[in-house]
Design a protein around this ligand. Sequence first.
Ligand code: IPE
Ligand code: IPE
Ligand code: MG
Length: 233
Amino acid sequence: MAHLPRHIAIIMDGNGRWAKRRALPRTAGHKVGAEVFRTIATYCKDLGIEYLTVYAFSTENWKRPKDEVDTIMGLLKRYLLEAIDTMARDNIRLRFLGDLSALPEELQQLTARTNAITETLDGFQANICLNYGGRDEILRAARAFAADCAAGKRRPEELDEELFASELSSAGLPDPDLIIRPGGEKRVSNFLLWQGAYAEFLFTDTLWPDFRKEDLDAALVEYQRRHRRYGGI
Ligand code: IPE
Ligand code: IPE
Ligand code: MG
C-alpha cells in the first residue's frame, strides 16, 4: 500500500458498551479488547507501519469502580508476562508511555523488563499508554524543565519545541500521522495533545472489540485521501 502513515495511534474505546450489548460484565469487553490489540499490532507490523501507539488507560480512568480497574491491571499483567516470552520471537518492541510510577509495583517491574527487551530489538514498535494523560505529561515536562532552570542547569530562553518534546514520555518518537478513535465518541479524551497537533483524525462507530484488519484498511484508504497542509496551502 502506497503512502502509509509512519505512526498510527488508536484510542481503544468501546469495550464496556460492547460487553453491555452482550449482557456481559464490562471486563469481558476489556479481555476481548486486549486480543484485538494483539491482532492489530501484528497487522501494523506486517503492513510495514513503524509505530503504533494505543491508549489503554488514562489518568482519568482511575475514577472507575475498583473491580474494573483491578481487572484492567490484571489483564495488563497477563499481557506483559506473555509479551516478555514472545516479543523477541515476534520482533515486536513494546514501550510504555505515561506516568508509570502510579501503577502497581509488580506492573512497574514488568514494564521495566519489557523495556529492557525492547532495547535489544529493532523494527516495529508498539507504544502502550498507561496512566497516560496529555495534560499530565505536559505538566510533568514543564515541571522538569522548571526544576532544571531553578537548579541553574537550563535557561528559560533555551526552551523550544524540540527540547520540550524530549521531556515528554514520547521522547524520540515521530508525531502520530493518523489518530483513530473507534467507539463512536468524537473527542480526544486527553490523548496525545502535544503530539497530535497535525495528526489526521478518524472516528468510527465500530466498538474496539469489533475492530478488524478490514477496519484498519478502511482507515488507511481514508488517510490516503487526505491532504495534509500543516498550515500551508
Ligand atoms: C476503553 O473502553 C477501555 C478503557 C478506557 C480502559 P471503555 O471501557 O471506555 O468502553 P466504553 O466507552 O465504556 O464502552
Ligand atoms: C479514553 O476512553 C481512554 C482510553 C481508551 C484508554 P474513555 O472511555 O476513558 O473516554 P471518555 O470518558 O469517553 O472521554
Ligand atoms: Mg469509553
